[in-house]
Write a protein that binds this ligand. Structure first.
Ligand SMILES: [Fe+2]
Ligand SMILES: [Fe+2]
Length: 472
């Protein structure tokens, strides 16, 4: 294992100095990345000092250090989790073989596509969030969004490293293309739908971190199991950063819910909009929207692509190695939802083609845990309302439910009922206008916008009123 190399312009633990070809490729890409960052990264704060953590080593206690950094000077680097001695391919046709240190020729195209698709989401989310600094609810939140942004930038580096190190000229071309697509652009959009949606306000942003970024967590977890060891190790380290992004989404929503409940108690009404809050019904509509578009990211319930990725030992299941089965799944069935007339039924299908749905199940169970915590906040304040995840068929554009209309409680409904009731279920123009109206920046240390409660504690042991971003 190489140590962390800070002498090079690109901090890394992959012995970059020893590989002149790769070093040149990355040094050639670095200024283009910086150009992209300056053009598409956080708008208006590039010259400010931000209290950020930077990865300096991959071991448990020492992987992050905190200091004030100007974002364009962030030390984006390449960090892979420590190799597992003697690691073998944990699933698929190659199960039991030594994990691959090079790309098997037969899977080159498929593996490159997987890496590019993951890589594309990283800069996409930075682009989606680039204007949010102008309306932050506090310096604490401002610092947190910038932390997420620089780490998504580092995740792009992680994927570009794999492309440059293992895929030759095609990899270099893909690395360039990752900087050329733009979220929401009509002519050169990002690859996946949810990453072309807008993140216009902080409620959407917290929902994005909670639901959409969590898709990323599950995709990374599935790629951690890959037989291609460099991909596995890269994703394992990315997951440690991802945990903080999940935290921001979960606690951000928890603070919004808490503030809403406080306003409900204080004013004796559900309708806290006129008191500067966001009512629980609107929060539920935002939740329905972000959950449903994120569910689409997992792909169709029945997918031969997913089967092929698994059989080829490229992309596993969530916690593959902890499961007690044959890890090949050739003769097993798995239940998946299907639409039969006006009913939602369950069908047994060959397990291999249901792997997207299984990852979606694991994801939904994880989503439910946070929603339970938000509901605890509501209950603790004596309010009899529960936030709920919508049925997985609700508002879907991908898979078996894309052809029908499904209510949040899981009934197939007519187009007429959908049209009559969708304003109860999805954010309305009035919701969006109200939320947009609340988005006034708060830049005073320790002060918070009226629609969100302060956090329970600060970052890295600092007080809540710490000057997380120096604006002066
Ligand atoms: Fe990421
Ligand atoms: Fe993330």
């Amino acid at each position: 294992m190489a140590g962390i190399d800070y002498i090079e312009r690109i901090p890394n633990n992959v012995d970059l100095r020893e590989d002149r070809r790769l070093l040149r490729a990355l040094e050639d890409w670095q200024p283009k990345f910086l150009d992209w960052w300056k053009e598409m990264g956080p708008d208006g704060f590039q010259a400010k000092d931000v209290y950020l953590r930077t990865a300096i080593s991959v071991d448990k206690n020492g992987w992050a250090q905190f200091d004030y950094v100007k974002m364009p000077e962030y030390r984006w680097g390449i960090f892979l989790a420590e190799p597992e001695p003697g690691r073998v391919v944990p699933f698929g046709d190659h199960k039991g073989q030594p994990a691959w240190q090079e790309v098997p020729g037969e899977y080159r195209g498929t593996l490159r596509r997987l890496i590019v698709t993951q890589g594309d989401t990283e800069p996409a989310s930075v682009e989606q969030q680039r204007h949010l600094g102008g309306t932050c609810p506090s310096l604490y939140d401002l610092r947190n969004i910038f932390q997420v942004n620089v780490e998504e930038g580092r995740h792009l580096w992680a994927m570009v490293y794999l492309l440059d190190a293992y895929f030759g000229r095609d990899g270099r071309e893909e690395a360039e293309a990752l900087l050329e697509r733009r979220s929401g652009d009509r002519d050169k959009p990002r690859i996946l739908g949810a990453f072309n949606e807008q993140t216009p306000d902080w409620l959407s942003y917290f929902m994005f971190c909670y639901f959409t970024d969590r898709d990323g967590k599950y995709q990374l977890a599935a790629l951690c199991e890959s037989g291609f060891d460099p991909l596995s190790r890269t994703c394992r380290f990315m997951l440690t950063e991802e945990a903080h992004h999940m935290f921001i989404g979960e606690t951000g929503m928890m603070r919004v819910v808490q503030r809403t409940c406080e306003l409900m108690r204080e004013h004796g009404t559900d309708d806290v909009g006129k008191h500067g809050g966001i009512d629980l019904a609107a929060i539920q509509r935002y939740l329905n929207f972000h959950c449903s578009v994120s569910l689409d990211l997992f792909g169709s319930e029945i997918s031969t692509n997913a089967a092929n990725f698994y059989t080829a030992s490229l992309k596993g299941r969530f916690e593959e190695t902890k499961r007690a089965d044959d890890h090949q799944l050739k003769d097993v069935l798995h239940p998946v939802p299907a639409v039969q007339g006006d009913r939602i039924v369950t069908k047994e299908e060959p397990a291999l083609i249901t792997l997207n749905e299984r990852l979606r199940e694991d994801y939904l169970a994880d989503c439910q845990r946070g929603v339970n915590r938000w509901n605890d906040v509501i209950k603790k304040r004596g309010i009899d309302v529960e936030l709920k995840l919508p049925h997985r068929g609700f508002h879907r554009a991908v898979g078996v439910f894309s052809e029908v209309r499904v209510s949040p409680d899981g009934r197939i409904i007519s187009e007429a009922e959908w049209d009559a009731r969708k304003h109860e279920w999805l954010p309305t123009e009035a919701d969006k206008a109200h939320v947009a109206g609340l988005m006034q920046p708060v830049y005073e240390p320790g002060t918070f916008a009226g629609w969100i409660a302060p956090p329970a504690r600060g970052i890295n042991g600092q007080p809540v009123d710490f000057e997380y971003v120096r604006l002066a």
